[in-house]
Design a binder for this molecule. Structure first.
Ligand code: PMP
Length: 443
């Protein structure tokens, strides 16, 4: 049975060879140390090869100020915010850096409780639970929701944390073609018919797992069609909004708001605080019963130290700004800036002749470079010109579909983005990455 990721496993001859190749040839493009907050501009520490070695790098001590197109700081809350940073510092002084305790023990502070209530209110759900890490939110919630005798139907390009969660759950896992409701319906129909009379459901539960905005593709989920299928087949829907909460929709409430789907139609709303809220951690929002069940059965809630109070406060404060509770219009302005910046940047890349993936309004904007060597060179040449970007290779995407990914922020000015486009034009001309329109069947 194929499991929930579309790509080959990283072990075995090919995986080992590829990892060695990455370490020898292109690893300078990853793990670059940064010595500033992840704002619109960042300080990247210079590195050079040690002696004749191709693969040991040492920091030179020098620092390069670069335009940051790599962080998920969509609303610009992550760096020195006039409201959120002050509140986070106050909380750090009062509560310390860590609770040194799990939520069940002495790890739940009033700050945690306030955030859980605020998230539930923001999303119109009965209750919410917060976790110290976005990855762990998926990987420890999914096994608490499904197990032996259940069926999970997962999008083929779901994030690794979802893959880990469903693999560890003991449920049967099937994959449907990326963001393809027609194929999802085919998989569901076949699974219900499997070895049983059509009227007899062979599964205890069927859970469909999707993302709101896909992090390597910048694509927006076809939520209305997927919700219609889940309702027709009486399945449950789990929606990971890591890249859409606080970034999509008129008031930042994510893909439900963006696509006009009622929040009640998504049973389990998951999201992270590491993007639009400029913090760390994750949440699940849903019915009272669901959240109570998770409080007792989800190991990363019961057995892990709770989220750092200052990080919690950072989320609460940024959420208050988004909701206009700080008495300003900053939240709405940030959301508008993010949308305008993202759409302007996408259009300029298309004008250059880049093969741009994803949908309008998405702040994640990948362009295809196709070849791992070219991908590395593209990253290095942009960095030389003071633009820091993220390049994405196997296993985060398939080997021949390697890409550069730009993450746009409300804190980028138009001048910043024009500068980035000039650099991409110059480097892209050298690297010959202006391929024109994507070939639909290749992607
Ligand atoms: N879900 C998705 C879709 C993600 O892209 C990520 C990471 N970017 C996560 C979950 C994990 O979140 P975190 O980085 O906050 O641990």
């Amino acid at each position: 049975e194929k499991v929930a990721d579309g790509y080959a496993p990283l072990t075995g001859d090919f995986g080992d060879f590829y990892i060695r190749w990455v370490y020898h040839r292109i690893h300078d493009c990853f793990n670059r140390p940064i010595c500033s907050s992840p704002g619109a501009w960042i300080d990247v520490v210079g590195r050079e090869r040690l002696g004749t070695s191709n693969w040991i790098l040492k920091n030179t001590g020098g620092v390069r100020r670069c335009l940051n197109l790599g962080s998920y700081n969509y609303l610009g809350f992550a760096a020195q915010d006039e409201y959120c940073t002050v509140k986070a510092i106050e909380t750090l002084e009062r509560f310390g850096a860590s609770t040194c305790s799990g939520c069940f023990d002495a790890g739940k502070t009033t700050v945690h409780e306030e955030l859980e209530n605020l998230v539930a209110e923001y999303l119109g759900k009965e209750d919410a639970i917060v976790y110290g890490m976005g990855f762990a939110t998926n990987s420890s919630t999914l096994p608490a929701l499904v197990g032996k005798g259940c069926l999970v139907i997962s999008d083929s390009l779901n994030h690794s944390s979802i893959v880990v969660g469903v693999r560890g759950s003991g449920a049967r896992v099937k994959v449907f073609k990326h963001n393809n409701p027609e194929h999802l319906e085919k998989v569901i129909r076949e699974s219900i018919a499997e070895g049983q009379p059509r009227t007899h459901r062979p599964w205890k539960k069927i859970l469909i797992v999707i993302e709101g905005v896909y992090s390597m593709e910048g694509e927006i989920a076809r939520l209305p069609e997927i919700v219609a299928i889940k309702n027709a087949y009486k399945a449950y829907l789990y929606l990971d909004e890591a890249h859409s909460i606080g970034a999509m929709g008129q008031t930042g409430r994510g893909i439900c708001e963006y696509t006009g789907v009622p929040f009640a139609d998504v049973d389990i709303l998951m999201g992270t605080f590491t993007k639009s809220f400029g913090s760390c951690g994750g949440y699940i929002a849903g019915s009272k019963d669901l959240i109570t069940h998770l409080r007792h059965t989800s190991p990363c809630h019961t057995y892990a130290t709770s989220m750092s109070p200052a990080a919690v406060q950072q989320v609460t404060s940024s959420l208050k700004v988004i909701m206009g509770r700080d008495g300003s219009r900053r939240g709405a302005e940030k959301l508008r800036n993010l949308r305008e910046n993202s759409n302007w940047f996408r259009q300029e890349l298309l004008k250059l002749g880049c093969q741009v993936l994803g949908d309008e309004d998405s702040p994640v904007i990948p362009i295809m470079v196709y070849n791992p060597g070219r991908m590395a060179e593209f990253s290095r040449e942009c960095l030389k010109r003071h633009v820091a970007i993220v390049v994405v290779g196997f296993p985060a995407c398939s080997l021949i579909l390697e890409r550069a990914r730009f993450c746009i922020s409300a804190s980028h000015t138009r001048k910043d983005l024009e500068y980035a486009i000039d650099v991409i034009r110059e480097v892209g001309t050298i690297m010959r990455i202006f391929w024109g329109k994507p070939t639909p069947d290749l992607l």
